[in-house]
Design a protein around this ligand. Structure first.
Ligand code: CMC
Length: 383
């Protein structure tokens, strides 16, 4: 008997299925609204920090000044890696993809935690802080290793954004660069039940552990239809030979039914509010760093896409202008998706902690469409 016959409905891609309740982020895809715990993303991007935003997602309220100071100090005390983890970074193949490296290193962190399977709330919070604090060292460390550079140890005087840029380049970032990085982290921190968050919840709902949940999420984020799109945007920008060729490039992609990376969204059918903010920001940082040509190229793609498919609700998403921003910050394009993970770990863990409050195993059904009652023939009787 098929699931449909039992009164269930089929929803391929879970487009119209609500699978849980959450108080973390609210998205109105028609109006282009995104709120974390009721705070508008625009206010958070303008006034908050990634650390404060993470506190908000983990505690469902903004911290007091002393709470934020304590929380920040706790994160910074977790920056340093064990010698085993540093050794592991330099043992990875230099030509590995940074997303594979990040997924492996995050998973390996559990091997150095004797309480990796402790399911208590306290242990889960500790593991969340540890992953949040250490991911920047995984990404920057692996990047320096593959380039044959000495690894730079984290510095507790820096915020997460500053610390990442410092470990990547070996130099203290300018205030504007650090702020740009911090804003990107805030904007990517959470986004409802996106594919990677949902994947992390499937894992945690089995009462597995936080490291496994985040490792699952990193693997899911990597795909080009999800977090991998920001790298795809940069590859596309590199592929277009001058602004005069944008029209022909976009039109031929659309004619071939190919996707333009950084456009469209399952939930937003109007302008993604994160892209609105990033667009202005990307322009400023591109101007500062001599990358205005790249920004103008992006802007031209947007104009043509708006003319061709805007009426179908296909607009730039968060990945479109974050690509220009990261490029202007001098970050290699295959680090764009790891940066997404470095931010989204805050949302993944927040959702896991929330879901565990009232856990139920996530176990959907499929609509079986294969044959029944097939006669089994012995192998010796088959050709
Ligand atoms: N370029 C050209 N056409 C598009 C695009 C695009 N980027 N996105 C959607 N369409 C068209 C698609 O071809 C389809 O047309 P038709 O009805 O004629 O077959 C229609 O719009 C609906 O597409 P869909 O794939 O059914 O819509 P979806 O809600 O399943 O897909 C999406 C959402 C994000 C997978 C899709 O828009 C896409 O592939 N975008 C490019 C990749 C990208 O930028 N991903 C990042 C998403 S935002 C970051 C995140 O949250 O991960």
């Amino acid at each position: 008997m098929s699931a449909i016959m039992q009164g269930m409905h089929t929803d391929i891609g879970l487009v119209n299925t609500i699978v849980a309740r959450s108080a973390l982020s609210f998205i109105d895809g028609e109006k282009g609204v995104l709120e974390y715990v009721g705070y508008d993303i625009d206010d958070l991007a303008r006034h908050s920090t990634f650390e404060e935003t993470t506190f908000l997602l983990w505690n469902l309220r903004l911290p007091s000044r002393s709470e934020l100071a304590d929380f920040t100090a706790q994160i910074r005390r977790n920056y340093e890696l064990s010698e085993g983890m540093w050794d592991l970074i330099v043992s990875l193949p230099r030509d590995a993809s940074p997303m594979h490296a990040l997924r492996t290193l995050t998973s390996a962190l559990s091997l150095h935690d004797p309480a990796a399977d402790d399911p208590s709330e306290e242990a889960n919070a500790r593991k969340s802080i540890s992953m949040l604090a250490k991911m920047p060292a995984f990404i920057a460390g692996f990047d320096r290793h593959r380039k044959g550079l000495d690894l730079v140890r984290p510095d507790e005087q820096y915020s997460i954004a500053e610390n990442f840029l410092y470990m990547l380049t070996g130099e203290k970032p300018t205030e504007r660069m650090a702020r740009a990085m911090d804003i990107c982290l805030i904007l990517h921190a959470d986004h409802g039940f996106n594919a990677s968050t949902f994947a992390s919840l499937v894992t945690i709902s089995t009462l597995s552990d936080m490291y496994s949940a985040v490792t699952t999420a990193i693997g899911t984020l990597k795909g080009p239809l999800h977090g991998g799109a920001n790298q795809g945007v940069m590859l596309m920008l590199n592929d277009i030979d001058g602004i005069e060729n944008v029209e022909q490039y976009v039109m031929s992609k659309l004619a071939n039914k190919e996707r333009i990376m950084g456009f469209g969204h399952r939930v937003y059918k109007s302008y993604d509010p994160r892209a609105t903010y990033l667009k202005t920001f990307a322009q400023g940082i591109a101007e500062d760093t001599g990358n205005l040509e790249l920004f103008n190229l992006s802007h031209e793609i947007e104009a043509i896409m708006d003319r061709e498919v805007g009426s179908r609700g296909i607009y730039p998403n968060v990945d479109f202008y974050s690509a220009t921003t990261y490029y202007s910050l001098g970050i290699d394009l295959d680090l764009f998706t790891p940066l997404f993970a470095m931010s989204r770990v805050s949302g993944w863990t927040a959702h896991c902690l929330e879901y565990l409050q009232d856990n139920r195993l996530i176990r959907p059904r499929c609509d079986y469409i294969g044959p029944h009652k097939q006669p089994y023939s012995q192998l010796s009787e088959r050709v």
